[in-house]
Design a binder for this molecule. Structure first.
Ligand SMILES: C[S@@+](CC[C@H](N)C(=O)[O-])C[C@H]1O[C@@H](n2cnc3c(N)ncnc32)[C@H](O)[C@@H]1O
Length: 303
């Protein structure tokens, strides 16, 4: 079966209005930013430039070019097999939480390093702090339970001279979210999280296999957007991870003005609303984000 190369070159008007990646990728500018991208650029059926999004190396290289061109991130790499994030979608989460913060700031997005954001599960790619800092000047704490991911995120921060803006902290227990991370007296404007959403490693493999079959590949060539198994699953999947975040958020209600998390499965939401009601959250919002075929939600709450 012929490979279908997903085209990423059409306008993505459903992204947030401030998202820098709404237009077509400007391959000329991307290659200028990162000449190494040139060898991965091919033409799609319409004769437009594209890259083979089923090739992990091509995906990593286009990410490096986008991060350099749009955010001035000169050095970005991830260890083999780790989650390679689609940049436009990750940027959307940042812009939507900026809108939430704007509500308490006369409708203006607050900028600068006095705005403190905690990214739970920052990953080896450190993507949210990089975009959030470069877009709005916010400072970040990124927590992470996987020690290889911690080392990788710390290297990205150091290589880009961002140690004053992004602090990567090791979470020593997978059972905890804020405990062991938020220091006594520390205050955050908002917390964010892209949780591991599958409930077993078997589920990760099955879903990723189905995705690759849809793209006309017999097998997953290397989890290019997939990530290592343990980045993507946890006991109980997304609902249980969200329960942990919500119950600890109550404990840390005085340390954070807002809490948020991505929700990839719609079916997780009703249980979250019930829990937040039980915990006494005073404000609960659900923001819908759509990127191409995929819809996800950001759940935002405060006490
Ligand atoms: C889906 S990945 C998200 C990575 C990155 N933020 C992104 O969006 O590409 C989830 C991350 O959460 C980490 N993680 C899992 N449990 C955690 C916990 N209790 N505290 C901190 N990080 C955790 C995993 O190791 C993994 O890196």
């Amino acid at each position: 079966m012929a490979n279908k190369i997903p085209s990423n070159s059409t306008e993505k008007t459903n992204l947030h209005p401030r998202n820098l990646h709404r237009g077509r990728y400007d391959f000329k500018a991307l290659i200028k930013a990162l000449p190494a991208l040139r060898e991965f650029v091919t033409e799609n059926e319409q004769g437009e430039p594209t890259v083979n999004f089923t090739n992990p190396e091509a995906v990593k290289t286009i990410n490096q070019a986008l991060l350099k061109q749009s955010y001035g991130i000169a050095s970005w790499d991830i260890p083999e097999g780790f989650l390679c994030p689609p940049i436009p979608g990750r940027a959307d989460y940042i812009h939507y939480i900026a809108d939430v913060l704007a509500e308490d700031n006369n409708g203006k997005v607050p900028t600068g390093n006095s705005i403190k954001v905690l990214d739970v599960g920052v990953g080896a790619n450190c993507i949210y702090p990089l975009i959030g800092h470069k877009a709005y000047g916010w400072s970040f704490v990124g927590s992470e339970a996987d020690y290889i991911a911690v080392a990788s995120a710390q290297k990205i921060v150091k290589d880009n001279g961002l140690a004053g803006a992004i602090d990567i902290r090791k979470q020593t227990s997978y059972a905890h979210i804020f405990e062991g991370i938020i220091k006594s007296g520390e205050k955050f404007d908002i917390t964010m999280c892209n949780p591991p959403f599958h409930s077993s490693s078997k589920e990760v493999l099955q879903k990723s296999q189905r995705k690759w079959e849809k793209l006309g590949q017999d097998t997953n060539p290397g989890l290019n957007f997939g990530g290592r198994n343990n980045e993507l699953w946890c006991e109980g999947g997304e609902p249980r991870f969200l329960n942990k975040i919500m119950s600890e958020s109550k404990q840390f209600a005085k340390s954070c003005k807002w809490f948020s998390s991505l929700i990839s499965q719609k079916t997780t939401l009703p249980g979250c609303y019930k829990s937040l009601d039980y915990l006494g959250a005073t404000d609960v919002k659900t923001i819908t984000m759509s990127q191409g075929q995929k819809t996800s939600r950001i759940l935002v709450w405060r006490f």
